[in-house]
Ligand binder design. Structure first.
Ligand code: ATP
Ligand code: MG
Ligand code: MG
Ligand code: MG
Length: 488
């Protein structure tokens, strides 16, 4: 089944159960101080859960463009390294606003997966909330009893607060949830290792596909829970993961959501991507694969954000978008040897592929392409110049170790990525005083933190909520800093 048809089948199934199909909300949020981007299907309906206003229908279904790169849900650092987390992904969802609850939602989910899509029942696992003393929320007996009608008990797993109590952010509507996982390992692997212990254990071929959340509470600013005025259902299914299961592949990147983009990168670079079925690849090929995954993932996030009106910039959401694009450019530059702008050329492929369902990507195609091309050209210049400066540093270094101060200077005043510095030095037989660099970084972080305390911009939310995000929101582009370093 093609991805287009899978999406349609989902929406039509819930339409047949009395749901109204609505379009995705924009990926960028403009009026929510607790959230920069839509990170789940429910964000646009948050106020209805809280009892402020009524939706046009008590049953709604849609596919929501989501971005998980900041705040509570941040998957950025996994993207490219695993095969099922993306920055931007589609979340298929069905909602009940004070209407149906568990005894409809769970059997419908099962019906859709096993009867409409005909996924193998024996490969599905479900999870149920075990309860939390801390929050005074009991074990979800009702969900357990419902699942028992469909699933053998040894494939119903109890989950803790981390996995089975869904929260949009530090505050807001929340509740116990029940997930559905699929085991895509080969029969031989499945016989060798029991599936039970693997659910939620990050086995790359046993993945969560669908989360059914039962919204009953609101998490208040002081951390306590209060009952919502009514009970709601909020479900979210990862569209790309569902396509993986339906297309008999073991990586989202091997589905038709990504293969046209990958083919374009191959055409431009002359390099080859190997599918997840090809095992024992060389270290070189592995790096090529990672870089290609990063690029085809990130271009979707950036293109949809721009199409929804968020241009790359030096502050707030615009800076997050710029940073995602730069991450893609950097991977291309280092591992695919792309020294000219090329990511912008993927936009046409994306528009062609997604334009029917998301018309904004077609109508904004030219703007998106131009913006990405300009960003690429400018950052590639930074990279080229940085390399020249680094050459000078090496020439002027006596011995074979470059000091942390020098590396920090390049990073700090020039925006030159530290992992790239380390890589180039390694290739040239130099080493880097990493501890010295870290010391400089800490000093800088302390200075920025002091600066951010007096700011009232929404960027503060990210700084407080997540140590992984970068600082320097109020600084010029070349002074921007990323506080965590990832080494490839
Ligand atoms: P995971 O445990 O795999 O990180 P999650 O529990 O964080 O997923 P939910 O918040 O429950 O995910 O979101 C609902 C569904 O959205 C998940 O069941 C999954 O199919 C999908 N999903 C979540 N994060 C991503 C992502 N980064 N990329 C692609 N799909 C995702
Ligand atoms: Mg997650
Ligand atoms: Mg999970
Ligand atoms: Mg989940």
């Amino acid at each position: 089944m093609k991805s287009q048809d899978i999406r349609k089948a989902y929406l039509q199934f819930f339409e047949s159960k009395g749901h109204t199909i609505v379009p995705s909300a924009p990926i960028v949020l403009k009026d929510d101080p607790t959230l920069m981007f839509n990170n789940s299907g429910m964000a646009q309906f948050k106020e209805f859960f809280l009892g402020n206003g009524t939706p046009k229908s008590p049953r709604i279904t849609d596919t929501q463009k989501c971005l998980r790169v900041s705040g509570k849900h941040n998957d950025l650092e996994d993207v490219g390294f695993d095969t099922y987390h993306h920055t931007m992904f589609e979340m298929l969802g069905n909602w009940s606003f004070g209407d149906y609850f568990k005894k409809e939602a769970l059997p419908w989910a099962w019906e859709f997966l096993t009867e409409v899509l005909k996924l193998d029942k024996d490969r599905l696992y479900v999870s149920v909330f075990e309860g939390s003393k801390e929050d005074n929320v009991p074990f979800d007996q009702e969900a357990w009893d419902i699942w028992k009608q469909f699933v053998p008990e040894d494939r119903i797993i109890l989950g803790n607060k981390k996995d089975n109590f869904w929260e949009m952010g530090d505050q807001g509507p929340c509740g116990p949830c029940s997930e559905i996982h699929i085991d895509l390992r080969t029969d031989a692997e499945r016989t060798a290792v029991s599936g039970r212990s693997l659910v939620n254990a990050d086995h790359p071929q046993v993945v969560e596909i669908w989360n059914n959340v039962f919204m009953e509470f609101n998490r208040k600013a002081d951390g306590s829970l209060e009952k919502l005025p009514a009970q709601h259902v909020d479900t979210g299914m990862g569209f790309e993961r569902l396509c993986m299961a339906m297309q008999n592949v073991t990586s989202n990147y091997d589905t038709d959501v990504f293969t046209p983009l990958i083919a374009k990168v191959e055409e431009i670079t002359g390099l080859k991507y190997t599918s997840n079925e090809v095992k024992n690849i060389s270290e070189e090929q592995n790096k090529t694969n990672i870089a290609i995954r990063v690029i085809v993932d990130h271009v979707r996030a950036v293109a949809f954000a721009i199409a929804d009106g968020q241009l790359p910039s030096n502050t707030g959401a615009g800076y997050v978008i710029r940073r995602i694009l730069r991450r893609a450019i950097r991977y291309g530059f280092t591992f695919l040897d792309t020294k000219e702008p090329f990511i912008n050329k993927l936009v046409a492929v994306l528009a062609n592929q997604m334009g029917e369902f998301f018309p904004e990507i077609k109508s904004q195609q030219q703007l998106v392409t131009n913006v990405i091309r300009e960003e690429e050209a400018s950052f590639l210049r930074t990279l080229e110049q940085g390399i020249q400066l680094l050459e000078n540093v090496m020439v002027n270094t006596s011995g074979k170790e470059v000091s942390g101060e020098k590396a920090f200077e390049l990073y700090d005043t020039f925006g030159f990525p530290i992992d790239l510095t380390a890589l180039i030095l390694r290739e040239r037989g130099f080493s880097l005083d990493e501890a010295g660099f870290e010391t400089e970084l800490q000093k800088q972080k302390a200075r920025s933190r002091a600066a951010s305390e007096v700011s009232t911009e929404d960027w503060n939310v990210l700084i407080e909520g997540n140590v992984e995000t970068f600082v320097g929101y109020d600084q010029t582009e070349n002074e921007a800093k990323i506080t965590r370093i990832r080494k490839v």
